[in-house]
Design a protein around this ligand. Structure first.
Ligand code: PGA
Ligand code: ZN
Length: 421
């Protein structure tokens, strides 16, 4: 049984230059593991609470000293003992916190400890991290995920020049991670050239490294994506598909979607999404409707069933209660799984199992504020994520994960999962 000797925290900076949390977990056997947690910008209202210092004189109030002190203080005091397994650790932390949304100790503190402990256990067992994650979930057959990779960005990640957040490349026919990245490189550089010529501008990159051209509408961005695939001498809809993160909660006001010049009700928004799916090779639609627009999600699923998966991000917040409700209502067909939306590995594993029990896809996702830590790649493999969403191929905090996938691919004979449609 693992015995925790010491837990400690460190405030570090994420890819947007904002503070975040790193935890270290030392086991009695001498192993020391570290884990850093990410942070979102376009967050869902039902996410677990991220503890920030709110001291406006330091990092505009975003400091994480309190979360770090919690790890080195209260959590270390209570948990430096023998811990049977991940569930015991996570449940002990939940009990200590005692709030429904982790607002006392902070989901950032809890998740950092949760993952550092998992990594320490894997190191002690001399197991690759993805294998240990697979054991936590009870997954007997890890696989390599299908990548969905940011090409264009808008919304909250890019200053809102178009309301939708991401247009992503899906190298659906690539037989390996390596081939998928090579295909994406070709499309990304074709897009960069197209943007340069069309908009006469140097490249501006958004939070996740996506290109952020001043397109006039979401449709223009989708059209540019198709043109970039063609310019890369690839066939849209065959070699390369598209995914969209509409992130529509962020342009939903008083029951209406403010999409560029249009103000749409829910039925109008569903019609628009259906048109996009018909006109462009879109195989995944994330947060097509707002997180509060519950009654209309089943109609969205119905409207694009068989063409694209209906992914819930802000809508579900990796929260088992929300996922259960969505399964009962037939309101989605895929879970976007962000571990820090819920705050511990054990609860995220429960969310993953629940989604799978309904036959849903699971997309393992990074956040807009990331670190150089690469555990997300191991999680996607260990939990057999159907998709992984990391961001663009241009920034080190994203590449840490892509490069870890490449390493896992090279070291194993694991195969890449097929696109569901
Ligand atoms: P976030 O964005 O990390 O800023 O929430 C990612 C997403 O919406 O998928
Ligand atoms: Zn999203």
């Amino acid at each position: 049984m693992p015995v925790i000797r010491k837990l400690s925290g460190l405030e570090i900076l994420d890819s947007r230059g904002r503070p975040t949390v790193r935890a270290s977990c030392e086991l009695a056997g001498g192993v020391i593991a570290h884990a850093s947690v990410p942070s979102g910008a376009s967050t869902g209202a039902a996410e677990a609470h991220e503890l920030r210092d709110r001291d406006l004189k330091r990092f505009g109030g975003l400091g994480c000293r309190k979360a770090v002190e919690t790890i080195s203080g209260e959590l270390n005091k209570a948990l430096a003992r023998d811990i049977a397994n991940q569930r015991e650790l996570d449940e002990a932390m939940l009990k200590l916190d005692g709030t429904p949304n982790k607002s006392r100790l902070g989901a950032n503190a809890l998740l950092a400890v949760s993952i550092a402990f998992a990594r320490a256990c894997a190191m002690e067992k001399r197991q690759p991290l993805y294998q240990h994650f697979a054991d936590i979930l009870g997954n007997k057959a890890p696989t390599l995920p299908r990548m969905t990779i940011n090409l264009f960005s808008g919304g909250k990640h890019a200053g809102g020049q178009v309301p939708i957040q991401d247009v992503l490349v899906v190298p659906a026919r690539a037989k390996s991670i390596d081939e998928g990245l090579a295909v994406t490189y070709a499309v990304y550089h074709a897009a960069a050239e197209l943007i340069h010529e069309k908009y006469q501008m140097r490249l501006l990159r958004a939070d996740e490294g996506g290109l952020a051209p001043p397109a006039k509408s979401a449709e223009a961005l989708l059209q540019d994506a198709v043109q970039s695939i063609l310019d890369a001498h690839l066939q849209p809809g065959r070699d390369v598909m598209l995914a969209v993160d509409v992130a529509s909660s962020h342009f939903y006001e008083n029951g209406r979607y403010q999409l560029n010049e249009q103000s749409l009700d829910s039925a109008g928004m569903i019609r628009t999404l259906r048109e996009w799916v018909d006109r462009y090779p879109i195989v995944s639609v994330e947060d097509g409707l707002a997180e509060d627009d519950w009654p209309n999600w089943p109609a969205l699923r119905e409207a694009i069933a068989g063409k694209a998966i209906v992914v819930g991000d802000d809508f579900l917040c990796t929260n088992p209660d929300r996922i259960r409700r969505a399964i009962d209502a037939n309101a989605a067909s895929a879970l976007l799984l962000k571990v820090n939306q819920i705050g511990t590995l054990t609860e995220a594993a429960d969310a993953c199992r629940l989604a799978r029990s309904a036959g849903w896809n699971v997309t393992i996702s990074a956040r807009s504020g990331e670190t150089e830590d690469d555990w997300l790649a191991d999680l996607a493999v260990g939990w057999s994520g159907d998709q992984i969403k990391i961001g663009s191929i241009t920034q080190s905090e994203r590449l840490a994960k892509y490069n870890r996938l490449l390493a896992i691919e090279a070291e194993t004979s694991l195969s890449i999962v097929k696109w569901p449609n």
